[in-house]
Design a protein around this ligand. Structure first.
Ligand code: HEC
Length: 106
């Protein structure tokens, strides 16, 4: 009996861990419309943000370059589809989003 209770608890724990792992986009990403084209771990129109984090893992200048690119838009790194300039996103929001993106790990 005791083992049944333990296994139920373990199963419930795994379910909980599983759902918290399919990470949600932060509210700031929703507010600025990034979620229309990006998700954490799947390519949508733009690359998965986890892939972005991995690509720039050892790139000390990445934060500045990515911030500039988000503000001005650009293409050619992940494919031919361009990211339009995110002109509605404030500089502070972009900085925080870039920090969030680069902090993601597989
Ligand atoms: C209309 C669709 C769209 C929206 C909205 C959008 N993106 Fe993108 N994003 C893209 C595409 C497409 C790329 C790939 C560009 C490339 O290949 O150079 C991209 C690339 C990126 C990259 C990687 C750039 C690189 O040079 O490696 C980051 C970081 C990023 N987006 C962040 C954001 C953030 C933050 C927002 C919200 C403020 C946002 N994106 C909104 C489509 C979008």
């Amino acid at each position: 009996m005791k083992s049944i209770i333990v296994s139920i608890a373990v199963a419930a724990g795994l379910t909980f861990a599983g759902s918290s792992m399919s990470a949600d986009m932060p509210p700031l990403a929703k507010k600025n419309g990034c979620t229309n084209c990006h998700s954490i771990d799947k390519k949508v129109v733009g690359p998965a943000w986890k892939d972005v984090a991995e690509k720039y893992e050892h790139d000390a200048g990445a934060a500045d370059r990515l911030s500039a690119k988000i503000a001005k838009g650009g293409s050619g790194v992940w494919g031919a589809v361009p990211m339009p300039p995110q002109s509605k996103a404030s500089e502070a929001d972009i900085k925080e989003l870039v920090a969030f993106i680069l902090g993601l790990k597989k």
